[in-house]
Design a protein around this ligand. Structure first.
Ligand code: HPA
Ligand code: ZN
Length: 336
């Protein structure tokens, strides 16, 4: 790579889409305290510093425990609107022109909020962001895989009045012990309702979970997918299919999916011809937004790879073809 300042500016300026972002994971400690104050809720941390100090994880579950606890400060549509707008403000500064964001409705309905509080608040925040920054976005409803199939079906039913404003269903939370197969029927129902399908697989779970996500959930995009690299047959299949992988370097480091950034699989994924993309996952918890994630792996890539990653983000999006073509032209113009 050329020098760091030059590379930083190139990364921030590169037009890009973000395809793997849990909006609840963009809740910054300062904002958590502000929402707690506004909603008159006690949180079990004395200061922002003490809260940040708790963000030390050795596996996915350590993070999930604190992430679900943090989400409890979100109580009103205004909270969700403000949460989304704060994310889009940071994403805009990082060159994001389109984002497809996850939300976890069960985290909110299970503590008594009606489905529409999160959904309407987020949709309002997405609209404000488009008016203010020109960023387009789509909303993805994630089922929590540690809960059962009936709960996922109940969530899909609760979402019925909003399905024209929801692009896809996803699958997140504790992966190991909760294989994709558990949700085959609810994913089939979502597909029949016209929704796209994505799933977290191969973050901590084995390559067999990636296969199940492909064959039983019929996913249109694979979230993480790191452990697919353990199976040469799977790598060949993923490369041939052109399916996008939404990879999250800083998340992988924080959750110890990868021991060292020098071992991060992004360069190998590109070498194998996989349609890999770079994303931030839960930026408030993992130490960086999308440009920081590009910067983390940039020392192991050349400038052409960075352009490929940005192009992949649009090719892997659920945007219509004409919009994809327009964004690809903008990437190429920037790179030239
Ligand atoms: N993995 C699984 N579930 C999640 C994640 C993740 O990285 N972030 C938020 N929910
Ligand atoms: Zn994720």
């Amino acid at each position: 790579m050329p020098d760091t300042a030059d590379s930083d500016a190139f990364i921030a300026g590169l037009p890009k889409a973000e395809l793997h972002l849990h909006i609840e994971g963009s809740l910054e400690p300062e904002q958590m305290f502000a929402f707690a104050r506004r909603n008159r809720i006690q949180i079990p941390f004395a200061s922002v510093e003490q809260l940040r100090a708790a963000y030390s994880f050795t596996q996915l579950q350590d993070f999930l425990d604190i992430y679900y606890q943090g989400a409890d400060v979100l109580r009103t549509e205004e909270d969700f609107h403000d949460l989304a707008l704060a994310y889009f403000t940071r994403a805009h500064a990082d060159g994001v022109v389109h984002a497809e964001i996850f939300f976890d409705p069960q985290t909110h309905t299970d503590r008594g909020l009606p489905f529409g509080v999160a959904a309407d608040g987020l949709l309002a925040g997405m609209k404000t962001a488009e008016e203010r920054f020109g960023i387009t976005s789509k909303l993805i409803l994630c089922f929590l895989r540690h809960l059962d199939e009936a709960a996922a079906f109940a969530t899909l039913q609760a979402a019925e009045p909003w399905l024209d404003r929801i692009a896809a269903v996803g699958l997140d939370s504790s992966e190991v012990g909760h294989p994709p197969e558990k949700f085959a029927r609810v994913f089939a129902a979502a597909g029949a309702a016209g929704l796209k399908r994505v799933a977290h697989a191969g973050e901590e779970g084995p390559p067999a979970y990636v296969l199940e996500a492909l064959d039983l959930l019929h996913i249109d995009r694979l979230d993480h997918g790191n452990r697919a690299l353990e199976s040469p047959e799977l790598v060949t299949r993923l490369a041939r299919s052109g399916i996008a992988l939404t990879v999250c370097p800083l998340s992988n480091l924080k959750l110890c999916v990868v021991g060292d950034v020098a071992q991060h699989p992004i360069p190998a994924m590109l070498k194998h011809g996989l349609r890999a993309t770079i994303n931030s996952d839960d930026p408030a918890y993992f130490g960086g937004y999308v440009a920081d994630n590009y910067r983390a792996v940039a020392p192991y890539l050349d400038r052409r790879d960075l352009v490929t990653l940005a192009r992949n983000s649009f090719l892997g999006s659920f945007l219509p073809d004409d919009a994809v073509t327009r964004h690809l032209a903008a990437v190429d113009a920037f790179a030239a």
